[in-house]
Design a protein around this ligand. Sequence first.
Ligand code: HEM
Length: 289
Amino acid sequence: MKKIILPGCILFLTMAGLAIAQSSGQLPKAVGSEPLLTVAYQQINANFTGEWQQYGQLFTNLQQFLFPRLFLLVITIVPVIFFFHYIAIGPMVFDHSGKQVYCYNLFVRIVHWCAALSFSLLVITGLMIIYASLLGGGAIGIMARTIHLLSAVVFAGFAVFMFLVWIKDMLPALYDLKWMIIMGGYLSKEKKPVPAGKFNAGQKMWFWLATLGGAVMAVTGYFLYSFPANIDTLRLSAVIHNFLGAAMIAMFIIHVYMSMAAIKGALGSMISGYKAEAELKILHSKFKY
Ligand code: HEM
């Protein structure tokens, strides 16, 4: 016992002496103006605890500062960009009085709208969780988390169906590269046939992000809700969930803009199942129907 008490007392007295000397300004400051004692303490701490505290601080910064700003940026900048697109280029208008092609059967349409509704709830409640403190926290935050969880379960189910019914048409093709180079023709008012099958490269990207990205969101979200993992896994899950969530919200806004404003009558195709042949000949010139 004496073997521990004596060195312990000496160490304590030395540290206390150093602390008093430092606070009275009798000890030099380390480079970068960190007091020597602090540097020594950080060194001892790092040896005992490893680097986790450093990541903890990084994580706190991401959660408190970066993510709220990132989501704010996404929900403001993306609509502003597409507002200017609408002003500068305007919507694409096609003749809907000619031949109509049946593209989406009833099952596909029901799956799409159920996925759309549950995903929209996920976006709204996700943003409410991020900005819960601004909304008063408490009951609102708990309600948002509950609806977020329920909508995630519903969306996961419909996303599986969506994946299965569309995967064949969503596989990449060589002409998708060309579509990307000319940005799908959306930067020009000219109506020249663009290289795309039943779905263009932009629609394919949205499909893969919504389904595979949705699966990653489901796994990371499961960790965040039920805490079955260690602290590092939880932190990593939160970082992935937030970055991917921001990308999905950006693509969601673009998808809604394309469907409701950029192509006149596109919304009708997901209601009736029919698309105008005049539109297919230009926007889906490689589609064999
Ligand atoms: C709530 C707002 C939404 C609206 C108004 C909407 C509207 C539409 C429309 C009109 C189409 C047919 C586009 C065309 O063939 O020209 C479509 C297709 C599609 N939607 Fe949605 N949708 C919404 C939300 C979603 C959500 C949340 C998802 C998935 C998470 C989704 C996934 C898809 C996919 C994968 C397609 C086929 C590819 C494409 O056209 O982009 N939609 N949607």
